[in-house]
Design a protein around this ligand. Structure first.
Ligand SMILES: Nc1nc2c(ncn2[C@@H]2O[C@H](COP(=O)(O)OP(=O)(O)O)[C@@H](O)[C@H]2O)c(=O)[nH]1
Ligand SMILES: [Mg+2]
Length: 416
């Protein structure tokens, strides 16, 4: 019954959406793996936009059963189709549907309750990671994804992420937290301020932060830290300067002047920005530990958000410091997905700023920790992954014209 339903679905996909369907039956665990390897090497994948992999069998937690009753680990699907083993599918959606029992001891609901991923479902942002992964593996999947991420673009070597937000919201700390999660140790590329937000922004210059890989190369994404937004005029970074930064007109090391905007005659002004100088993702960082957003700061945040929309730059928001406001999450960070307070804060930010709820992510930055923490990394890496994913459409846009398509390869082999 289920098989005939899946076949009907496949034929609909094939006729209406133009997907080519390859159908295998009764494979042993080894043959499932071989089928995936063959699939990952098929030349047609270079020309395809997306793929679906559907598996139906008996199963247990993290495995499905081959016709020889041997287990096939479902994590292998991600390995076979990752960028390293299947470069043809890089940056393309891969939807994996598994119809199988997950064993009696760890039903999905138990995992959801244990890890708190119910909220992710409600939020919808990273729901796909939920499939067959516990919290630690989720963190590893995002780490692997981010580590394998490559840009194939002659003009742009890295995705540029611009962080903005009120003073003390955790912008610099987020950059440090990403660096910690990727470098697997506590690092401090961006200086943070632990003293007093009333004293104004600690970050004063336009600075690009790169993160080094262990081999000495840099990750293909960089972060721009800016001076914080402050109440009233003549204080904090100016909205005009953030707009110029988005367009790539602000030179590295430019010292923001709250009293007057960067002008075209200033030595800090870049008159001809390259595609690499421009900002590719804009991220609003906001503290979950504030009672309400000051109206003049909110106006500035809205103006920046509007400017990013006008420039067609994808944007999302991070809610930081909720651990300070919510004892439940301070005690166990996994409670972030159950916390009513966090949900309310995210809802408030969404309605005040006009950013959809599923583009607002809760992150806890490294602030007082002296060792790595899996739960912090999970939130940080998940946010980083979303930033990377957001840029896919943009790079198709700035990419040089595509080379002529190779001749159409032969159809997929028909399984015996
Ligand atoms: N508890 C907690 N503290 C944070 C968090 N993010 C940043 N902080 C602390 O807030 C202060 C200001 O952070 P900073 O990154 O300098 O803010 P910026 O002005 O936006 O760059 C520092 O003392 C950080 O340690 C967070 O998520 N949780
Ligand atoms: Mg800062």
């Amino acid at each position: 019954m289920e098989l005939s339903m899946i076949r009907r679905l496949c034929s609909i996909c094939s006729i209406i959406l133009g997907y080519e369907v390859v159908d295998y039956q009764d494979l042993t665990a080894q043959e499932i793996d071989e089928a995936l390897i063959n699939f990952s090497k098929h030349p047609k994948l270079f020309n395809t936009d997306s793929v679906f992999v559907v598996l139906m069998s008996h199963g247990d937690l993290g495995t499905i059963c081959g016709s020889d009753l041997k287990d096939f680990e479902t994590d292998k699907i991600y390995e076979r189709l990752n960028t390293k083993n299947c470069p043809a599918l890089m940056n393309k959606p891969k939807v994996i549907i598994i119809q199988a029992c997950r064993g009696g001891l760890n039903p999905l609901s138990e995992i959801i309750n244990k890890t708190g991923y119910r909220y992710r479902l409600w939020n919808g942002a990273v729901v796909s990671h939920l499939l067959y992964m516990d919290d630690i593996k989720l963190n590893q999947a995002d780490l692997q994804y981010v580590t394998n991420f490559q840009l194939q673009n002659d003009q742009v070597r890295h995705v540029r992420v611009l962080l903005y937000g009120p003073v003390g919201a955790g912008k610099s700390s987020f950059i440090n937290s990403v660096s910690n999660a990727l470098r697997r140790r506590i690092t401090c590329p961006a200086l943070t301020n632990a003293i007093n937000e009333q004293e104004g922004s600690f970050t004063k210059k336009y600075e690009t932060h790169k993160i080094k890989k262990d081999g000495g190369q840099f990750y293909p994404f960089v972060f721009n830290d800016v001076m914080g937004l402050e109440e009233g005029s003549g204080r904090g970074v100016r909205v005009e300067d953030i707009k110029l930064a988005m367009m790539g007109h602000v030179k590295e090391g430019y010292k923001f002047n709250p009293a007057s905007p960067l002008s075209t005659s200033d030595s800090g002004y870049n008159p001809s920005p390259s595609p690499e100088d421009r900002v590719h993702v804009v991220v609003c960082v906001h503290s979950g530990n504030t009672t309400e957003i000051n109206s003049s700061v909110l106006q500035k945040m809205k103006a920046i958000k509007e400017a990013a929309s006008d420039l067609g730059i994808p944007q999302l928001a991070l809610l930081t410091k909720f651990d300070d406001a919510c004892p439940e999450t301070e005690e166990d960070l996994k409670n972030v997905y159950k916390s009513k307070l966090v949900k309310r804060k995210m809802g408030d930010l969404s309605s005040e700023l006009g950013i959809p709820l599923n583009f607002i992510l809760p992150v806890k930055n490294y602030s007082e920790e002296t060792q790595l923490n899996d739960d912090i990394d999970t939130l940080i890496l998940s946010a980083l992954r979303m930033m990377i994913d957001f840029t896919a459409s943009m790079f198709y846009f700035v990419a040089p014209p595509a080379p002529p398509r190779p001749p159409t390869p032969p159809p997929f082999p028909t399984p015996s």
